[in-house]
Design a binder for this molecule. Sequence first.
Ligand code: SAH
Length: 228
Amino acid sequence: MEDRFVKAQERMISRDLRGRDITDPDVLRVMGQIRREEFVLQAYESQAYADGPLPIGMGQTISQPYIVALMTQELHLNPDCTVLEIGTGSGYQTAVLSKLVKKVFTIERFGQLSESAQATLGRLGIDNVEFCIDDGSCGWPRQKLDDALERMVKWKPCFDRIIITAAVPKIPEPVVKQLAQGGLIIAPIGTPGVQKLIVAEKKTERITKRFVCDVRFVKLLGEYGFEE
Ligand code: SAH
């Protein structure tokens, strides 16, 4: 890795993550391993480790490193987890998740962004991610779930964790249905201008919610998201 990136990445880890409230050693380790410059447009490479979002094309952004770390930490992942990510974008969050869990299913509505993310993760040798181009506000498409089912050993019918990386007016009902009992969803819930980052836990008969912080994400567009 180029020297300027090594130093910038170290600064990101110590100042923007550890220097705030990111304490999970696994999250810090993985974010110290994955090179964020691989996921940004060439024009923004020099800002790859700045603690802010950056344009990735199609009017979308790669999330701020601190928010990626925070959302990952709040998911309390383990190597047995199967995770659904809604909003692949650049694939940076996907890559971080892939290093901490068994399998990531990630869905993106823009084919161009998904294909670019697939190429990046392929280049990095990440092979435990399933990609889909569709409206993720409806959850992972049933047909694709069945296809994956045949290929996976010990597949559980639901996801252990779900991460929505775009703003939603509320957690889409079809997405809640795909979460396993005892599972967690993290999502920015609110208006297109500002949202509350919420962790929801699915318990036997109900969903409990916890506020994390105020955030600002691009909109999740689609049937159960915002209108275009
Ligand atoms: N985690 C990503 C964030 C991308 S921004 C990263 O760090 O790069 C949110 C993404 O959600 C955008 O790529 C946007 O196109 C996508 N998105 C918006 N509505 C969607 C929908 N209904 N289904 C799937 N993806 C959607």
